[in-house]
Design a protein around this ligand. Structure first.
Ligand code: 5GP
Length: 194
């Protein structure tokens, strides 16, 4: 997605060889128009696949899952990182190690909202090590729902996330794929981009 690549080049700051900061438009302050365009793009990529639900993990996937849900006219669910006292029914859980926070947490989704009748699209802001998305893939699998695919806004293709998901047979589409980055320089993967 050209417009996204341009924003990454203009506003992204590379904190290390592995961490890209994009909080002026993506995951702290959010460019709402861009978020809606991202949702439209995912809806186009996964059109006519019978998706009934979009799922993400709180917090920074929420705006893109919502935008995608709006475009596909289906609900979205965000998996919670801490089980709230209000979540007192049966839940699906999976352990996830956070790459940026360097801690493990249990993500959970109420069994009320995901089941064998669902066809699910997973959406998230970043694909890095894949830990977060593998956790969601496991939750979808335990629920009996069918996983249609994964949509990521930014993929750091030099990390192992994509290959981990593909090994599990998951279809992955990312809107900006970073081949390499170092302070002041970002190189994108060329090819199947939108
Ligand atoms: P993963 O489980 O694929 O390693 O990444 C999980 C989460 O870590 C992503 O959803 C995202 O919120 C965060 N993350 C991973 N890499 C980056 C990065 O380079 N920059 C930012 N801002 N967040 C990241």
């Amino acid at each position: 997605m050209k417009v996204l690549e341009e924003r990454i080049r203009q506003e992204g700051s590379i904190l290390s060889d592995t961490v890209l900061k994009v909080d002026s438009f993506l995951n702290h302050q959010v460019d709402t128009q861009l978020a809606l365009e991202i949702g439209e793009q995912f809806a186009q990529i996964f059109a006519n696949r019978g998706i009934t639900k979009v799922i993400t993990i709180e917090a920074s996937g929420i705006q893109f899952a919502m935008a995608t849900g709006i475009a596909l006219k289906v609900p979205f669910i965000y998996a919670k990182k801490k089980k709230a006292v209000t979540l007192n029914e049966q839940v699906y859980t999976a352990p996830v190690y956070s790459f940026t926070k360097q801690e493990t947490y249990q993500v959970c989704v109420s069994a009320k909202y995901l089941g064998p009748h669902d066809k699910v699209l997973i959406v998230d802001d970043f694909l890095a090590t894949g830990a977060a998305l593998v956790g969601l893939v496991d939750i979808v699998s335990v629920s009996g729902a069918e996983l249609v695919g994964v949509g990521c806004v930014i993929e750091k293709s030099f990390q192992e996330g994509r290959s981990l998901l593909e090994k599990k047979g998951v279809e992955v589409h990312s809107l900006a794929r970073i081949a390499a980055m170092s302070p002041g320089e970002v190189t994108f993967v060329r090819g199947e981009q939108t």
